[in-house]
Design a binder for this molecule. Structure first.
Ligand SMILES: [Mn+2]
Length: 334
């Protein structure tokens, strides 16, 4: 591919739309070469589209919509937050920054946003920061998971936790292998990822016989939604190995449409916010959560922004739990 001169669109990230602000009032940083941060927020609006019209799908608006509802996620960082047992950052000197969004470059066929996303996240993980990424569709964890290579090794592989109605094991759709139906298949091919838990799967789970067979051959741990409802989150946590590094990918349709209506394919019987929260807190207590993404939110279908607020609240719960588990700084640090 010919070298394209550096311009605005060649930047790895660009700030969010000004009216959207930043997530949780955090400082906006788009110079990431020497990143200093404990936690980063990043929008990856664009997946790897299956059809030309899907390049501009509704999901591309989710990162800025989630930023825009910040004051409904957290009125102020100083307030007591009952989900996490105090102010979100617990008064500790945590540096959380909003890296903006990974731009789509129309000058490059197919875009080069996955390359940019992977590049910026490699910097994030090199800096030892936790990533909280807002998609975008469910293709966007693919560059995230590739970048996680720098935070793990084949000897200490990452445990992938997916919350989703669908198993996402397609090898390709329309010849596109990095799209929204394939993130778990791609993850399964990465040497630095082992043990995949797929939680909340239900209905037909978009698993054709060959995808289900591939998941079983790999040894994917499929935890259907109704198993979570019947056995409880504790039983799911007990199945997940302790003292590991974890990465969490949440497809909004894994959550029940009564709580997360802004999805393309609502499926009854999904996980509740309460169950997701418990799972996140449980994982933080088990080991090191390296990051989390929340994808597949379609803001135009939302009801009173509840799905975007829910996404923000899941992020707050991960942060609050990680801060109190001394991920970033000990309690007595000043
Ligand atoms: Mn999915």
């Amino acid at each position: 591919m010919p070298e394209i001169p550096l311009n605005e669109m060649q930047r790895l990230t660009v700030p969010a739309r000004q009216s959207a602000g930043s997530f949780l009032f955090s400082e906006v940083v788009t110079e990431t070469d020497d990143l200093q941060a404990d936690i980063v927020f990043l929008g990856i609006p664009h997946g790897s589209a299956y059809t030309p019209d899907a390049i501009a799908n509704d999901q591309i608006h989710a990162p800025d919509t989630i930023r825009q509802v910040t004051t409904r996620v957290s009125r102020s960082l100083e307030r007591h937050d009952f989900d996490v047992g105090g102010p979100i950052y617990d008064g500790r000197p945590i540096r959380a920054v909003d890296l903006g969004n990974v731009p789509y470059d129309i000058a490059v066929p197919g875009g080069d946003h996955y390359r940019k996303a992977e590049a910026v996240l490699r910097q994030v993980y090199d800096a030892g920061a936790m990533s909280i990424v807002f998609g975008g569709d469910h293709g966007i964890p693919i560059p995230i998971l590739r970048a996680l290579e720098v935070a793990a090794s084949p000897e200490d592989p990452i445990v992938l936790i997916q919350i989703d109605a669908h198993i996402d094991w397609r090898d390709d759709v329309n010849g596109v292998s990095d799209g929204l139906s394939s993130p778990i298949r791609r993850a399964s091919e990465m040497a630095h990822i082992a043990e995949i838990f797929q939680i909340g799967i239900r209905a037909q789970g978009s698993g054709r016989p060959e995808e289900y067979a591939a998941a079983m051959d790999y040894g994917a741990q499929i935890v259907p939604a109704f198993e979570v409802h019947d056995g409880g989150v504790e039983a799911v946590l007990a199945r997940i190995p302790d003292n590991r590094r974890y990465y969490i990918t949440i497809d909004a349709d894994g959550i029940d449409p009564s709580e997360a209506p802004a999805v393309e394919g609502p499926a009854p019987g999904g996980l509740t916010f309460h169950q997701c929260r418990k799972l996140i807190h449980g994982l933080v207590g088990k080991g090191r959560v390296l990051g989390m993404d929340i994808v597949e939110i379609t803001p135009s279908r939302d009801v009173n922004d509840i799905t975007s607020i829910l996404a923000g609240r899941l992020a707050v719960n991960l942060i609050g739990a990680a801060v109190r588990a001394d991920y970033f700084t000990p309690n007595d640090a000043t």
